[in-house]
Write a protein that binds this ligand. Structure first.
Ligand code: GUN
Length: 297
C-alpha cells in the first residue's frame, strides 16, 4: 500500500487564508486588530524556534503580535506580574506562555494566572474543564489541529479504534478526550498508552488511527502497525545536532517504513506543526471577536 501523505502545511495554508480574511473583516467592521503576546522564558532553541514561527505567522495574517523574551533567571513573581499586566492590556487578546518553563517556576500557577478569556492555548483549568464537558472554549492547539487534519482529510473517526501514545497535558490527554466526545472528529473508541503501558505493540497493532506524541525519535516502525492504519505523528525530534546548531527533524514514527503499510500518514516536518500554529491564530481571532462582543453588549 502506498500511503496518502497528509500535508498539514497545505491544509494549514487554506485555513490561514480564511483567518486572514476574518481578521480583515474584524478590522473593517469593528476596528479591532487581534493581538497576541508570546512570552518565552530562557533560551531553549526548540522553544525559540516555535515562538518565532508563531509570531511570524501572526504577522502574515494581520494579527498584531508581541514577542517577549525573558532571561532564564526570571522569577515566578516577575512572570506573574507580566501576565497580570497583559490581562489588563486591551490591545492584547491572547497570552501565550511557552512551555516548558524553567524548573524554579510553577507552571500551573502561571497558567492559572492567565485570564481564561485570553488563554489562547486552552491550558487554563477553566478551559480544560469546559473542554472535558464539551462546552464552547478555547481548544488546545495541537489536539484541535489534529482533529482538523483528520476531518479535512476525510478520515472517519466515528467508531474507530484510536490509539494515542503519550499522556501529556498538551497533546495526549486532551486529544484523547476530544476524540471520545460526541462531536465532529470524535465518537472514537480511545486507548491512551504511556510509558507504563505493559504491551505497547499489542495496542498499536490494532489501531485504525494511531496518534504518536511520545517524544522518542522513530519509535514506531512497520512492525508496530496494521495495514491501512492512519498515522498522526506529533513528534519533533532533533537528531544529529552539530555545534553550529544544524539538526535534522524527525518524528516519533519511522516515516518511510510505516508509509509502506499505512493508508495515510503525516510527515515531520510539515504535518501537525503548521496546524498547531494555525489553531493558535484561530483562537486569537476568536478571543478578539469575543472581546469585541463584550464591548458592544
Ligand atoms: N510547548 C509545546 N507545545 C506548546 C504549546 O502548544 N503551547 C505552549 N504555550 N507551549 C508549548
Amino acid at each position: 500500500m502506498s500511503a496518502t501523505v497528509i500535508r498539514g502545511s497545505e491544509i494549514a495554508q487554506t485555513i490561514r487564508a480564511e483567518i486572514a480574511e476574518e481578521v480583515k473583516k474584524l478590522q473593517q467592521e469593528q476596528q479591532i486588530t487581534p493581538g497576541l503576546v508570546t512570552i518565552l522564558v530562557g533560551e531553549d532553541p526548540a522553544s525559540q524556534s516555535y515562538v518565532a514561527a508563531k509570531n511570524k505567522t501572526a504577522g502574515q495574517l494581520g494579527i498584531h503580535s508581541k514577542q517577549l523574551t525573558l532571561p532564564a533567571e526570571t522569577s515566578e513573581a516577575d512572570l506573574l506580574e507580566i501576565v497580570a499586566r497583559y490581562n489588563q492590556d486591551e490591545t492584547i487578546h491572547g497570552i501565550l506562555v511557552q512551555l516548558p518553563l524553567p524548573r524554579h517556576i510553577d507552571e500551573g500557577k502561571v497558567l492559572f494566572a492567565i485570564d481564561p478569556a485570553k488563554d489562547v492555548d486552552g491550558f487554563h483549568p477553566v478551559n480544560v474543564g469546559k473542554m472535558v464537558l464539551g462546552e464552547q472554549c478555547f481548544l488546545p492547539c495541537t489536539p484541535h489541529g489534529i482533529l482538523e487534519l483528520l476531518s479535512r482529510s476525510g478520515v472517519e473517526t466515528s467508531g474507530a479504534e484510536v490509539v494515542i501514545i503519550g499522556r501529556s497535558n498538551i497533546v495526549g490527554k486532551p486529544v484523547a478526550n476530544l476524540m471520545l466526545q460526541k462531536r465532529d472528529s470524535g465518537n472514537a473508541t480511545v486507548t491512551l498508552c504511556h510509558t507504563r503501558t505493559r504491551d505497547l505493540q499489542f495496542h498499536t497493532r490494532r489501531a485504525d488511527i494511531l496518534i504518536v506524541a511520545a517524544g522518542v525519535a522513530q519509535m514506531i516502525g512497520a512492525e508496530d502497525v496494521k495495514e491501512g492504519v492512519v498515522v498522526i505523528d506529533v513528534g519533533v525530534n532533533r537528531v544529529g545536532e552539530t555545534a553550529s546548531g544544524k539538526a535534522k527533524l524527525v518524528g516519533d514514527v519511522d516515516f518511510e517504513a510505516v508509509a509502506a503499510k499505512a493508508a495515510a500518514i503525516t510527515p515531520v516536518p510539515g504535518g501537525v506543526g503548521p496546524m498547531t500554529i494555525t489553531m493558535l491564530m484561530k483562537n486569537t481571532l476568536q478571543a478578539a471577536r469575543q472581546a469585541g462582543e463584550l464591548q458592544t453588549s
